[in-house]
Design a protein around this ligand. Sequence first.
Ligand SMILES: Nc1nc2c(ncn2[C@@H]2O[C@H](COP(=O)(O)OP(=O)(O)OP(=O)(O)O)[C@@H](O)[C@H]2O)c(=O)[nH]1
Ligand SMILES: [Mg+2]
Length: 612
Amino acid sequence: MPAREDIRNVAIVAHVDHGKTTLVDAMLWQSGSFRENQDVAERVMDSMDLEREKGITILAKNTAVRHGGTKINIVDTPGHADFGGEVERALRMVDGVLLLVDASEGPLPQTRFVLRKALEARLPVVLVVNKVDRPDARVDEVVNEVYELFLDLDADESQIEFPIVYCNARAGTAGLTADPSDLESTLEPLFDTLLRTIPPPSFEDGHPLQALVANLDASPYVGRLAICRIANGTVRKGQQIGWCRIDGTVERAKVTELYVTEALDRVDAEEAGPGEIVAIAGIPEVTIGETLADPDDPRALPVVAVDEPSLSMTIGINSSPVAGQEGSKLTAPMVRQRLDQELVGNVSLRVVATERPDAWEVQGRGELQLAVLVELMRREGFELTVGKPEVVTREVEGKVHEPVERVAIDAPEDYIGVLTQLLALRKGRMEQMVNHGTGWVRLEYLVPARGLIGFRTEFLTETRGTGILHHVFDRYEPWHGELRTRPSGSLVADRRGPTTTFALLNLQERGSLFVGPGVEVYEGMVVGENARAEDLDVNATKEKKLTNIRSSTAEELVRLIPPRPLSLEQALEFIRDDECVEVTPASIRLRKVELSASKRQQAASRRARARD
Ligand SMILES: Nc1nc2c(ncn2[C@@H]2O[C@H](COP(=O)(O)OP(=O)(O)OP(=O)(O)O)[C@@H](O)[C@H]2O)c(=O)[nH]1
Ligand SMILES: [Mg+2]
């Protein structure tokens, strides 16, 4: 088959924070994409507000650099497990991957996930051992761990013969030997290896047009953009195409705009040939997985299924007594429309109707993915009620199955005892324990996803904030039976009104509080965590009786422990089955699903009677 020697398409994949976006920065600078004095943000590909705030990549994005006469299209992908759908999609656009591995951390759960996907797609791999400048780098061991990972994933011989490049992405230097002092002053060894290892895109001569829609973007001027990889043929601006839809039908459409990528810009193109990655405007309803083809001979490319969602939560309109005061988007149709819009660009999400007309079950890959969606909606002005995350179960041969996650934990060895205990309670099975001999151990577990909901907070408390925890979906297994949940109960406000210092002073004896003085609360709102297992209805608005002993307000404020407001992710981890989170642009409040204290009590005594 003929090939486009002038093009390479490559995706950069790795576990979170191993340096993908930093490496793309260096590749852009060294290929002359920017003027010398140009003011370019660090990790420039992380262009979304939320990405910059969280310091992680959320959406896969394209860029292109030129090296010699070759154009290298690069897809930067997110490393966080919840955004694995982005990686699966990116792999459909490329002919090979750079697999980055941190020289100290070594392969972690998401490394395994992305490598498995790359091997399944039979994409050639260049191993990039990054951060070799770290004082705790253990380059040789890490390389061996990667070989083990390949074997573990049943790679065949040709796949295991991958080239290795050693890198300091931050400094933009690379070398071909494991000795960090041997790095060249540029990324030349990486570019070289990439051009030799990643094959140029091949195509069939004379084959009619076929372009696979692998991603979507939106432009304020021309509307929806289909990001496609052209498999065969040539596409021209203004031409008619056959739009092969997911449902098997074919419609005619017109390419109104055609763009290719140069560095960070989309530039107009008159035509683009096989192997190129282009953005096409003119088809407002196009979605991922569809094919743009020759109108007279439309042949759809195969649709590849992505992994199923494993976690779900309900998102509905805000139903609290203080709804409507802080947001601008409040109604059910608005929420529904926004969720539909998200589905278009996010193949790893599902939306399912519930019994209620104003709430939907949203299914995704993990808590962070779902929290990011809620956070985006909140910033757009939505007020929402968000339910407790739950796992998506499946029926296999008449039995209920649940998702199981692969967990990797790094922690000081002193905590081995308590961690094994915590994970045993959650029905975790230890797969591996490695002592690096540095006082730190790595534990690998398989744990039902259910047991990990709310685990992070407890994990950080138990390891005094030192432990590192990562997990990624591994498989479905038969239901593991009952699991223990949060050991503490909630302090629940029993009436509406502003909180008082006096009331909070008394309440802080019982547990830790989420609100400070002067905060408007309502019946059924959770104001703190009860140290005991049961819930407690409390009056957080009580005023002090006047007495003749004076104590100044200032003095009382000093005795008040600062509240521990929960972030959205923490709130979602914290809540129990009968609780939910109220989200508005200004606030995050925890509450009972049933607000009325008397109704909750009735329900509790009914349950107690049923048990007897
Ligand atoms: N010491 C050292 N630090 C590096 C190197 N490369 C990247 N870093 C740092 O590692 C951190 C994570 O870098 P990113 O480029 O955001 O990592 P990423 O893989 O894109 O992360 P996600 O997209 O969220 O998965 C940043 O603080 C970088 O400065 C390196 O070669 N050496
Ligand atoms: Mg990144």
